[in-house]
Design a protein around this ligand. Structure first.
Ligand code: NAD
Ligand code: TYD
Length: 360
């Protein structure tokens, strides 16, 4: 039975990954989820699994060397899947330092603790130990309106403090692989959407605001392009890379689904109107009149577009859930989980779990 150490598993992608892994492997794996529960971490995302015997939650900061090395000492970890990060570009523009702290220094701690636990006396590593670093396409910088794509060989050119800190963390992982032959992979994925996404990111923010008849803020001209992937397809890609990928390689993961922000917003409004029943009072609130153009984000990257050719050719991964279906699944999930959204937007989720995990 393999033991996974997942960092940042109480966040958006990490929690979807944990659900995916338990769905796929059942009781044949153990997952230890280490998360600091920042504003972005919400153990409510994992309430269906929290009582499982093969799941353990540890509240700790990945920058805390002692806490992380203790987890490696107390458990024979086979796989590390490293999601924990500060992840929102707008926050990184307002407060860059915490991004360097968690994303760069935290990754250094994770790498060092895994290396110490797995390294043998001759400098080689115990067999079948693997570290997967979850990163972003934003490290490659910005593309022109069309034509080019990001490949694994595209030089790094990050612009925001978020993408610069993720680029720094990727470089550290590469340095560990090159210097120590440390058994790792990196995945660079495009924008994700789906259940449990925190409503500061475009898609959940638009769904939540539209249902309340609030303004839908569009940065700049609304023509910036992102390449959207349903989160479960990302979870599947991570598992496939770790089990079938070549060690020391980077794999780009993308949905082949490029859309301008304004297109995304229009699709969300149209889908909400289709899905809401006639007698639902929110149906009257949802309208394209809510679209409000606002000041552009500083240094706003124009276009991201992943070429997922390598992961398809070497591993056989392809996105399974196309945007039309994925956005319906996402909206349906938000309809069925109104309390989740209320707890998140009111801040209640933080109070409850902060008390619970600090033993109050
Ligand atoms: P998120 O912000 O929803 O979750 C991050 C999680 O990490 C939270 O649970 C938070 O509590 C935890 N965390 C933050 N700082 C920590 C620390 N110092 N110690 C321990 N835990 C800490 O982020 P997400 O959207 O789920 O992204 C997860 C990973 O995937 C990140 O590394 C991100 O760069 C990468 N990624 C995200 C996207 C996307 O579209 N969201 C796309 C590609 C890659
Ligand atoms: P976001 O979800 O923050 O992801 P990222 O910046 O990592 O790509 O933003 C996606 C796109 O949507 C990005 O071009 C910025 C834009 N955006 C808006 O136009 N309005 C908003 O309120 C937000 C949050 C984002």
């Amino acid at each position: 039975m393999k033991t996974y150490l997942v960092t940042g598993g109480a966040g958006f992608i990490g929690s979807n990954y944990i659900h995916y892994m338990f769905k796929k492997y059942g009781n044949n794996i153990k997952i230890i989820n280490v998360d600091a529960l920042t504003y972005a971490g919400n153990p409510e995302n994992l309430k269906e699994v929290e009582n499982k015997d093969n799941y353990e939650f540890i509240r700790a900061d990945i920058c805390d060397k002692e806490a992380i090395s203790k987890i490696f000492e107390n458990n024979d970890i086979d796989r590390v899947v490293h999601f924990a990060a500060e992840s929102h570009v707008d926050r990184s523009i307002r407060n860059p330092e915490v991004f360097v702290q968690t994303n760069v220094l935290g990754t250094a701690v994770m790498l060092n603790c895994a290396k110490s636990a797995w390294e043998l006396e001759d400098g080689s590593f115990k067999p079948d130990k693997k570290f997967l670093h979850v990163s972003t396409d934003e490290v490659y910088g910005s593309l022109e309106e069309d034509g080019e794509y990001f490949y694994e060989t595209t030089p790094y050119a990050p612009h925001s403090p978020y993408s610069a800190s993720k680029a720094g963390s990727d470089m550290l992982v590469k340095a560990y692989m090159d210097t120590y032959h440390f058994p790792a992979n990196i995945t660079n994925c495009s924008n994700n959407y789906g259940p449990y996404q925190f409503p500061e990111k475009l898609i959940p923010l638009i769904i939540n605001n539209a249902l309340q008849g609030k303004n839908l803020p569009v940065y700049g001209d609304g023509k910036n392009v992102r390449d959207w992937l349903y989160v479960e397809d990302h979870a599947k890609a991570i598992d496939m890379v770790q089990e079938k990928g070549k060690l020391f390689e980077t794999y780009n993961v993308g949905g082949h689904n490029e859309k301008q922000n304004i297109e995304i917003i229009n699709i969300i409004i149209e889908t909400l109107q289709e899905m809401l029943p006639e007698n639902d009072p929110r149906k009257k609130l949802v309208s394209k009149d809510l679209i409000t153009y606002v000041e552009d984000r500083k240094g706003h990257d124009r276009r991201y577009a992943i070429a997922p050719d390598k992961i398809k050719a070497e591993i056989g991964w392809e996105p399974e859930i196309m945007f039309k279906e994925g956005i319906r699944l996402t909206i349906q999930w938000f309809f069925e989980n109104e309390d989740w959204m209320k707890n998140v937007t009111s801040g209640e989720y933080q109070k409850y779990y902060t008390d619970m995990y600090s033993g109050k």
